[in-house]
Ligand binder design. Structure first.
Ligand code: SAM
Length: 346
């Protein structure tokens, strides 16, 4: 989960290099959002087939998006956002982007474009607007039912992959490695582990049935690895099949860790699911539950990989030591912040 101070850090296919923050001289009047020749009438013609190209090109629509996004107080990266909206509305991959700019939008795709642009201008996060986001090797579907996967969580998933490989090596590579991802949300961590570790069997849980529906949709997109993943609804370890108690190899989790007194930027607090953000009054209640449960559900030598609030990472490590974990250490995320707590049972 994000630090309150860095909600906009997102991983995605659009490189930093393509993010000029200003479009010089193109500040439009707020009252003329759709003033690009031919756009609105085209998008609103009800009886035209979608195969019929309209009069406006994707290049013109890109300009329109840049103009409107650059004057929206809600948008920090108008160039990136404009490009991603055009890609999503047109269906073009990043490699096809330059070519699609010369093509004309159809009625339906232009309407889709304007709908996305409106949503983004009102402050809805780009990831929800375009409906998918990159996470490690995956392109995940995301919407308001799940937390937007963050780059720091990609680091957490990487450490979970390392622990799966360690357990596999210790076992001589001849058995499945059992992984539990608690609070799976979009399935980001669970599916990454399953895809990157062919020896992993992954139990992904969440208390939110809505989140599990999104995880299920993403599960359908990972091919054969999906046969090694199951989804379970319930409160932390209550969702895990009882027979696994004391034999799990790796518990990984990015639990909610915002405390009642802490503030979040509106772009997070207003749009992302509260159950994914808020823990208890102190902020570490969910973390404590996961640590305590992991000490009972892991087998000997099993590993806990936990995402933590950076300002509480050392405290979280102390909790893990207190719960019986050894070799407890804290790893940093890509921003250099203490982020991941890793411990192993003796
Ligand atoms: C910070 S989000 C992490 C989502 C995803 N793992 C990720 O890293 O992007 C926390 C997740 O924990 C889930 N959650 C909250 N309380 C829970 C509980 N008591 N038991 C299980 N899951 C819970 C939320 O629904 C949410 O999906």
């Amino acid at each position: 989960m994000p630090e309150a101070s860095r909600p906009h850090e997102v991983a995605g296919p659009v490189p930093e290099a393509s993010r000029p923050h200003e479009v010089a001289g193109l500040v439009p009047e707020a009252s003329r959002p759709h003033e690009v020749a031919g756009l609105v009438p085209e998008a609103s013609r009800p009886h035209e087939g979608d195969s019929q190209a309209g009069t406006v090109s994707w290049g013109e629509l890109l300009d329109e998006a840049r103009l409107r996004l650059s004057v929206s107080a809600e948008v920090e990266t108008p160039e990136v956002d404009a490009r991603r909206i055009v890609e999503a509305a047109s269906g073009a991959s990043p490699a096809e982007f330059d070519r699609v700019l010369r093509q004309r939008a159809t009625t339906l795709t232009a309407a889709r474009f304007f709908s996305m642009l409106e949503r983004r201008c009102t402050g809805e996060p780009l990831q929800y607007v375009v409906g998918s986001w990159g996470f490690r090797t995956l392109d995940l579907m995301v919407d308001h039912r799940v937390l937007i996967p963050r780059p720091e969580t990609e680091v957490v998933a990487g450490w979970a992959v390392d622990e799966v490989e360690r357990r596999s090596t210790e076992a001589g590579g001849d058995r499945e490695v059992v992984v539990v991802d608690l609070g799976t949300g979009s399935g980001a961590i669970a599916l990454s582990v399953a895809v990157e570790c062919p020896q992993a069997r992954v139990f992904a849980t969440d208390v939110s049935a809505e989140a599990l529906a999104v995880a299920g949709a993403n599960l359908a997109g990972v091919g054969r690895a999906a046969t090694r993943v199951s989804l379970h609804e319930g409160d932390w370890f209550e969702a895990v099949p009882g027979a696994m108690r004391g034999s799990v190899d790796v518990v990984v989790s990015n639990p909610p860790y915002i405390g009642a007194g802490e503030e979040l930027p509106p772009v997070v607090a207003d749009w992302e699911p509260p159950v994914a953000l808020w823990s208890g009054p102190a902020g570490h209640e969910a973390v404590e539950q996961v640590i305590h449960g992991a000490s009972q559900w892991l087998g000997p030598g099993g590993a806990l990989v936990l995402e933590a609030a950076s300002h509480r990472a050392q405290q979280t490590a102390g909790m893990a030591s207190g719960a019986g974990f050894s070799d407890v250490r804290v790893e940093r995320d890509l921003a250099g912040l203490e982020r991941v707590v890793i411990g192993r049972l003796p």
